[in-house]
Design a protein. Sequence first.
Length: 207
Amino acid sequence: MKILLISDSVVEHIYSSSISERMKDIDFVISCGDVPNYYLEFIVTMLNKPLFYVRGNHCTEGIYNESGLKSNLPEGCINIDQKVVEYKNVIIMGLEGSMRYSGGECQYTETQMSHKINRLKPKLYLNKLFKKRYIDILVTHAPPYKIHDQEDICHRGFKSFNNFIEKFNPKYLVHGHIHVYGTKNNWITEVNGTKIINAYGYKVIEI
C-alpha cells in the first residue's frame, strides 16, 4: 500500500496535471498541515483517493468575505484532528497544531495536547481489544519533543507525542512543521519501533 505524504509547501511536482498518471498507484493521501486549500482540493480531485489531514499552526477555520464568515476547510478532504479512522485496514489518528506560542488558532499547551490524546484513549483500547493493535499511523503537525524539532517554542515538539509512542507504539508517526532542505536532511527516525517521518514537501511511503 502506497501513501502520499504532504506538508508545509506547495511542490510543483505534485501540483501538476500529470500527478494522476505518475501517482496512480497511491492508495490515499495524508496532509500534515500548513498547505493551502486549493492544493489539497487539487490533489484529491486529480487522484480521486481519500485525503486525510490535520491543520497546522498557520491554518484558520474561518475567513471573512463580502458575504460574512465562510468556512476555510478544504472540500472533499477528511479532517482527522482528534479522531481515529480506519481505511483499508489501516488505523489512522490525527492531532492538529503546534506548541502554543502566540495564542493563535491551532496552538496548544502541553497539557491541552495531553487532554486531546486522553479523550481518544477509549477508542484506542477498543482497537487493541478487537483489532489486536492500537493504531498504525499517528498524523500530527508538530513533531515529538527532541525528535526533528527545534529549540524555539514555536517549533518545539510535544512530550505527549513521545509518551504516546512509548505507550501505543504506532508503526508510523507522520508530522510536518519543520522545514528541511537538501538530499541529506534527517527526515526519518525510528524510536521504539515507530518510524517518525517528516513529511515536509512530499514523501511517498509504502507500508
